[in-house]
Design a protein around this ligand. Structure first.
Ligand code: NAD
Length: 416
């Protein structure tokens, strides 16, 4: 890896972090931060200039003796001009999923067709996080020859819990995930693309694990299972009028019925996995049932394993988190359904999985119950007559939103 030019798309917590880390990496020549969000590039540039253009990234307590580690990196330029990707070998989206479409459309005319120093002479284009059908959307927008000169990749999540401490200047990594899955299409670029992304994070942590298919990243997104079903569980019998005295606990408030719903939604995804592996010979290694995922991610932190909902209630990693709420002004609270738990994890999560299940002929009554609840609180319609065909599917990344009608067409188009 030598002489790479990297373009980071975004301007928030994650973009500040990668924008500070990537310029310190050997083999990286230039790092551009591209923000097409109105006014952001100018604001970011001005703030960074107060510190000589350097972004300071603090890895909290990650030193050998638990001390903080400070990394200082200076991006070549922060810009709002999508044409900057014309020289990019690596393009990384570090923004919430709803912003991916705008970036894909903006950079499309500028992505170079040849001369990339990326693995295989291809431009690397991906998202962190890139769950919920990032590649389905990218293939649709960039066109059918996307796989000729581009390696598409997606990380299952952002590798860090991270917050900007001073806009444009400093950011704090509060925690680094232990392991993060990544997938790449075409598959034979997987190892090299993974190695570049591992290097760009300027640390051996988190350890990136290559899984065989981008479909695994879409289907194994646990946020799509956890957030909507837990929200359904909390409000399933509520009258949608009476305010709350205090915000209800998010994970600690999961009761047996909600726990069963999480379990059954996860069962439906595993049934889809089984069919895709058996009938279509896909390798979806890395896609786990929620119980196994929870044990793998949090084993030592789980106090009571006597039932599934108690595992969630007693996971130390989940303690203290409450449902997103809005204060009513008189000391009471109403649910905030405009939070990403619903606005992202339904359209760019569960509806995508539901759409794939539909193509594969898998019935999903439990997923449908949660999606129907999401439709109600978001005032959107994704399902119609039992199909992903509602008037609002355009805001989803389901195959149906892109006119894909059969499982064969889906698997062929996405090169799964
Ligand atoms: P963020 O909230 O900091 O991102 C905000 C940025 O998104 C803005 O600065 C802007 O660049 C862009 N943006 C916002 N609205 C836009 C619009 N209408 N059009 C175009 N661009 C727009 O996000 P983040 O914290 O960097 O996280 C990135 C993703 O990773 C999110 O999906 C988040 O849920 C996920 N994530 C974040 C963390 C974390 O600790 N920060 C942890 C896990 C996952």
């Amino acid at each position: 890896m030598t002489g790479l030019t990297v373009v980071i798309c975004g301007g928030g917590n994650g973009a500040h972090t990668l924008g500070g880390l990537a310029p310190t990496v050997e083999g990286v020549d230039e790092v551009y931060v591209l923000s097409t969000f109105p006014g952001e590039a100018g604001k970011f540039t001005a703030a960074a200039a107060e510190q000589g253009g350097e972004i300071h990234v603090t890895r909290t307590k990650e030193g050998p003796n638990g001390e903080d580690i400070l990394v200082k990196g200076k991006p070549t330029k922060i810009t709002d001009d999508p044409a900057v990707v014309a020289k990019a070998d690596v393009i990384v989206f570090v923004v919430p999923a709803f912003a991916h479409k705008g970036y894909l459309e903006a950079i499309k005319p500028h992505i170079r067709k040849s001369g990339s120093k990326g693995p295989g002479g291809r431009v690397m284009l991906g998202a962190m996080p890139g769950e919920g059908g990032f590649d389905i959307q990218a293939q649709h927008i960039l066109g059918s020859d996307i796989y000729n000169n581009i390696s598409i990749f997606a990380l299952e999540t952002l590798p860090w819990a991270v917050r900007i401490s001073q806009y444009g200047r400093s950011v704090d990594i509060l925690g680094t995930k232990y392991g993060v899955d990544i997938a790449v299409t075409p598959w034979n670029m997987g190892r090299d693309v993974t190695a570049v992304m591992q290097r760009l994070m300027a640390n051996e942590n988190p350890k990136l694990s290559l899984v065989p298919s981008l479909l695994t990243i879409t289907l194994s997104n646990m946020n799509q299972v956890l957030h909507p079903a837990i929200t359904w569980g909390q409000y399933r019998s509520w009258d949608f009028v009476t305010p709350f005295d205090k915000p209800p606990m998010f994970y600690e408030g999961v009761d047996e019925t909600a726990g069963n719903m999480l379990w059954k939604v996860s069962d439906e995804i595993l049934e889809l996995k089984g069919l895709l592996e058996f009938k279509y010979k896909l390798d979806l290694t890395g896609l786990r049932h929620i119980k196994n995922w929870l044990l793998r991610s949090y084993s030592d932190n789980i106090g009571d394993q006597s039932s599934f909902h108690r595992m969630i209630n007693t996971n130390k990693g989940y303690q203290g988190l409450v449902h997103p709420m809005l204060e009513t002004g008189d000391g009471k609270f109403m649910p905030n359904f405009g939070y990403r738990y619903m606005t992202e994890d339904i359209p760019v999560g569960l509806v995508v999985t539901r759409g794939i299940a539909e193509l594969a002929g898998i019935k999903t009554p439990n997923m449908d119950t949660v999606i129907n609840f999401g439709e109600k609180v978001l005032n959107k319609k994704f399902l119609q007559d039992g199909k992903v065909a509602g008037p609002d599917i355009g805001m989803t990344r389901s195959p149906q939103a892109y006119g894909i009608k059969t499982i064969d067409e889906f698997l062929e188009k996405l090169r799964y």
